[in-house]
Ligand binder design. Sequence first.
Ligand code: X2X
Length: 334
Amino acid sequence: ITRRRVIASSSALVFPALHLGPARAAEFSLKYANNLPVTHPMNVRANEMAAKIAADSKGRVELKVFPSSQLGNDTDTLSQIRSGAVEFFTLSPLILGTLVPSAQISGVGFAFKDYGQVWSAMDGELGAHVRKEIAAKSTMFAFEKIWDNGYRQMTSSSHAITKPEDLKGMKMRVPPSPFWVSMFKAFEASPATINFAEVYTALQTKVVDGQENPLAIIATAKLHEVQKYCSVTNHMWDGFWFLANKKAFERLPADVQEIITRNVNAAGLLERDDVKKLNDGLMADLKAKGMAFNSTDAELFRAKLRVAGFYAEWHKKFGDEAWALLEKYTGKLS
Ligand code: X2X
């Protein structure tokens, strides 16, 4: 046993040198955390981006990607990036709302009719307004191009959701965000805030009966294994701000900052295309895996939110100026 151990450890010492050549540590080693499976386009593009950043910086920068909430759930990771323990993090504007309430405005139910409106708004004045708020009210800033999550759909293990009344009293998982809770209360559901890292188990053990997410997430996180019904509601668009800790970023030399900024925004644009294609093509796949799909009349759900005072309440919270910025892209809401 002893002899084997000696051989094993000596080969462990020799092999890296043989195969990798002399290892030289990067000058800047940075962490990027996210909550999605490694197969989701977010991580595919992030890994590609990390390789480009290494190449463009001639090995000076190493960006380590941590998928699947490996460093902690979203609530934990938000604390870590605030303190600088993690340098980069992608987070829904609505979860960021626990810290920067005004960031939640892009999540208003049934606001953006299509991706044309989404990107005009988020790459335009609405996105600029939110990024300004993030920089002013936190220790973070957001890169210019928001990454895509997609239009969200509702799933359930118990019944098909075809009309708002089907949500009544339903135990629905929502991400940790005041906005999401308010929206599902307006639908008269019984929302429970659960971080994405715990969603699969919560559905499996029936702590909750349903959840809502774009098809790309339902498929890559295999939520179809624990959810039977999928209702195509498109009830809101959601994205991921690519966040950086300000101090950690400002410590980097200007040329390194430029390399990172350029590559993060470029990867974000590629990820948007991937996510759209994936979301558009997944229904057939998920049906083949046993999910039952139904369509819905968006007007019924929108009317429910209107009658519950949801639009009026959030208009008041966001303020006239921000609301006007949103409506500039979406047309008159509520
Ligand atoms: O937590 C979710 O549901 C997810 C993955 O869509 C977000 O990050 C908002």
